[in-house]
Ligand binder design. Sequence first.
Ligand SMILES: Nc1ncnc2c1ncn2[C@@H]1O[C@H](COP(=O)(O)OP(=O)(O)OP(=O)(O)O)[C@@H](O)[C@H]1O
Ligand SMILES: [Zn+2]
Ligand SMILES: [Zn+2]
Length: 805
Amino acid sequence: MSEQFAEVIVDVPSMQTNQPYTYAIPTEWIGQVFPGMRVIVPFGKRKILGFTTKILSKRPGVSFKIKEIEEVLDLTPVLNTEMLEMASWLAKWTFSFKISCLQVMLPAAMRASYNKTIKLTSTDVSEEVKQLFDEQNEVKFDSKELSADVFKKLSKLSREKKAEVIYQVHDRARTKKVTVIKSLLNTQEVQKQKELLRVNADKLRLLLDFLGKIGSQILTQKDAIKKTGLSAAVFTQGEKKGWLKKEKVEKYRDPYRDAEIKRTKPKQLKAAQQKAVERIDHSIVQQQDKVFLLQGVTGSGKTEVYLYTIACALKNKQTALMLVPEISLTPQMVRRVKSRFGSNVAVLHSGLSEGEKYDEWRRIERNDATVVVGARSAVFAPLENIGIIIMDEEHETSYKQEDMPEYNARDVAIKRGSWHHCPVVLGSATPSLESRARAQKGVYEWLRLDERINGQPLPEVQLIDMRQELKRAPAVDISTPLLDAIKQRLEQKEQVVLMLNRRGYSSFIMCRECGFVLKCPNCDISLTLHMDSHSMKCHYCGHEEPIPRTCPSCQSKKIRYYGTGTEKVEQELQQLLPETKILRMDVDTTRRKGAHAKLLRQFGNKEADILLGTQMIAKGLDFPDVTLVGVLNADTSLSLPNFRSAERTFQLLTQVSGRAGRADKLGQVVIQTFNPKHYAIQLAKKQNYEKFFGIEMNMRHRGGYPPYFFTTQIVTSGPNEADVAKKMFEIDGQLKQVLSSQAVILGPTPKPIMRINNQFYYQLVIKYKKEPELDAFLEDLLLNSQKEARQKLKLKIDRDPIDFI
Ligand SMILES: Nc1ncnc2c1ncn2[C@@H]1O[C@H](COP(=O)(O)OP(=O)(O)OP(=O)(O)O)[C@@H](O)[C@H]1O
Ligand SMILES: [Zn+2]
Ligand SMILES: [Zn+2]
């Protein structure tokens, strides 16, 4: 082997290309570099990161001097052939740069430049090898500093899985500690100390009162400060006086990791479940890359079907991948999987720190975890020999990534299924129209679970016409029938779930004199009122300012807030039902790590009577004592200017209704709406998916929307509106040359929220059936888009966009 070269996809911001560059492999690394390894290469004056995609043993016929690879970042490939091919496909399919497709497959920890060490993981090595490592069995990994000989040895060890490269992720979460406070005084001592205080020592008196109240309870200093309004300094003073003790304790990290999980046995399947399991298991054993649509009403035991098929794959000595929407990746769901498969399970979700995600990734890579449960990006989990891929709630929009690469995990899952020759199961009570239509055509095999496990009918749904209610009592959020139903359930010691549909909806401030609405200075959107932080915030750019007391426009004092925020409803409810314990679950109360899990645990332990929340409570919850579900405003998702708004509304109402009456008690659902006659609401009331599917397909056919037509959206953005508009019309003109007369272009138009963070957004949408030239045109458009970098114009091409707004 005299010479070797590598094709490298490089990461050059604002000069992206999908063509690889060729670099020479320095002699000392010849035979050690493989496709799927990361390298540092010279590029112009810079040193940049790249992925090797191909190794050549012949010098390419070029006249210029081929530069050498500077550094090798991996001992063995971090992406295998499957993933390298996936990246090429993904780049084309999603009109993305190859480099972003390669990057998205790796955990974030591996994208940063951390220090790396090589750890010896086996004792079955020669003395000579052992001497390379220190007492901790580690050696610093820097390919430039290691001699060729040592590099070769380490590389071999890594291939034999006797050593691995480890990133020293400086993870604050790893060692995160919090200060807690313990009182050292009993009640009498508190009293005594109070008598000794000077008259004007108000703060210390407050502190003593507080210590008297908490008794033996341990609180975090943060909570104590919040509760008392005292500063940390006062607590330090108290500590010096020997009244209290401060201690640093490790903060609770992964809500799932340490929990003792009891193993459970599979349940005896019902006939319909049995049939579904048999069909899927057959495909696993026969290694068929088939797609199944498992359409099962809420509470019909879909999850149990998933668990059985996972067991089948494991028995077949294969691995399993189960995708769930981020929001339903609840401790409840994780526990169900872990209780069946124990430590074989790796969980990937956004609540993990970078380091934790990386740990889970490595467990999968080492084949220590054979079952992966995770949200969207887990679809790239480095599993080998996959036997089954499951996607729960397949209709969920969170499976689509909004940033480049704008992939839909469903497409990637199906692609992986065909690579691994394994079945893919798409499960839902309310499948997306696209999937349901494919099942109709026989592209997917259609499996159905039409009955609830408990044999109970689906809960009775009652619609409340809010137009009538508001005539009686304006400005209430909870109608009399709903309130009565809540009271009755509470009397029976049952639990209630209330949902506030908040999509595109929030509480804002308006002046009753002049109609002034407080808007974000950077975006075309009104600011949202946040009672907990006592401020106005922009949900798009994060701008925050104090709540105005007078109208900034007319100085009137009649400035009030409008809209039904969860906080406002909580207050209203608490006034109506003073004795009731209410838990509120929304973005504000779940921002802190583990908060989501904690709220659910509290509700599950019956520490509260009512769980009030946004969309986040609609999915996956399985609490036996919940017998009433109330929806406060069914319509907000209906009024969005979006062809999917009826579908979204139907899905949401069906999902949330499904939370009621899951055990032996019959459930009840009350939906408040301003559009009681709308078909999405009427059919959600009847929980008739099939009828809804029929009507909605008809609407889509008439409007020329998916699944009858394909759609692709192009968005341009930039700081100068005229430049953005000009570019968009230019693209429109070019498209008209390329497209056939069958295709339709909507736009170009400004986006409904035209300005976000001082960037202007224009869009157009192409609707089409068959356009053989379109993909190539769009790919060129993407690659050429960087020429506009001077005008700071950005381009985004989105195939099968979720929304057009
Ligand atoms: N064969 C069975 N025998 C007894 N109980 C079962 C069986 N299958 C499932 N269950 C139980 O029935 C309840 C509902 O099942 P599961 O959560 O799997 O339904 P699902 O269709 O996934 O629900 P959803 O889509 O509403 O979240 C669960 O508590 C589950 O443990
Ligand atoms: Zn803003
Ligand atoms: Zn005013």
